[in-house]
Design a protein around this ligand. Structure first.
Ligand code: SF4
Length: 274
């Protein structure tokens, strides 16, 4: 049996970068979990003494504070700096970009529309750079009754779908004189999904590695199941059942965006033994 990894799988660029930063920071705290994977959080604690805090006011002011890939609101950053906390910024550059755009567009007096979920930490952070005339919406319905000025700038939460972003931008373009659209969508999640689909189509069995409570991993599993009936979702190598692989010629492997590489390698190692 051949084992093949999907073209894109596991951590995105931003998460890999944040983990490297955390490993290099030692004795620091992250405000909120760095990724949604408990084994990885435990590893960072054990090997690098990186703690996970739940709120800003838990920050130990003698320690370093790592900002997650989602970024934080401008005022939270100010709070940390005023308290002289050493801030280590692991905000993903794809998130810093819409923050900068909002700051710039606000200076130029644009109304700003953010296509995204207003409760998501990334969106809260981006919106904090946009001044007072900022509107966060997930659908055209939510902006229909807003009286915009004639200068509008639009950005998107990084993980949103392009076709849904276009619905909002098309609506605005048709009605206002000047609409500046910044495509700030990051393709990492979709790259993993497309690659899983491509591999599932030709595989006899698909192994999807990731947290059973991770929505991103579940989405990957559902895609695989659609194209390869023998698809299995596992959290680690201990869950592998040898009987799954009987008479199979090609085993495809993919992993959710919060699955560390060392877990993926352990799973592949065990499958290879079979
Ligand atoms: S913006 Fe993209 S690359 Fe950055 S952390 Fe989010 S998913 Fe990963």
């Amino acid at each position: 049996m051949k084992v093949e990894l999907a073209r894109h799988y596991g951590f995105c660029f931003g998460v890999k970068r944040a983990i490297k930063i955390a490993e290099g920071s030692k004795n620091a705290s992250t405000i909120g979990p760095l990724i949604h994977n408990n084994e990885e959080i435990d590893r960072l604690k054990k090997d690098y003494n990186v703690d996970t805090l739940h709120a800003l006011d838990e920050v130990d002011f003698d320690k370093k504070a790592i900002i997650r890939t989602h970024g934080i609101p401008k005022n939270d950053l100010k709070f940390l700096k005023e308290k002289d906390v050493a801030v280590i910024d692991a905000t993903c550059p794809f998130v810093t970009k819409p923050q900068q755009i909002c700051e710039e567009m606000n200076k130029e007096d644009y109304d700003i529309v953010i296509f995204g979920d207003k409760n998501h930490p990334e969106v809260k952070g981006v919106a904090s750079y946009a001044g007072k005339r900022v509107f966060v919406a997930l659908s055209v319905d939510e902006i229909k009754n807003i009286n915009f000025s004639n200068k509008i700038a639009v950005v998107s939460q990084t993980t949103r779908k392009l076709d849904e972003f276009l619905q909002i931008t098309n609506y605005l373009i048709a009605r206002y004189k000047e609409v500046r659209v910044f495509n700030t969508i990051c393709n990492a999640t979709f790259d993993n999904q497309d690659a899983a689909k491509e591999l599932a189509k030709k595989s006899d069995i698909m192994v999807v590695i990731g947290g059973k409570n991770s929505s991103n991993t579940k989405q990957l599993y559902n895609i695989c199941k659609e194209f390869c009936n023998d698809s299995f979702l596992i959290e680690n190598e201990k869950e592998i059942d040898f009987s799954w692989f009987k008479n199979k010629k090609l085993c495809g492997v993919t992993a959710g965006a919060s699955t560390p590489d060392w877990i993926i390698q352990k799973v592949i190692g065990k499958i290879n033994k079979i």
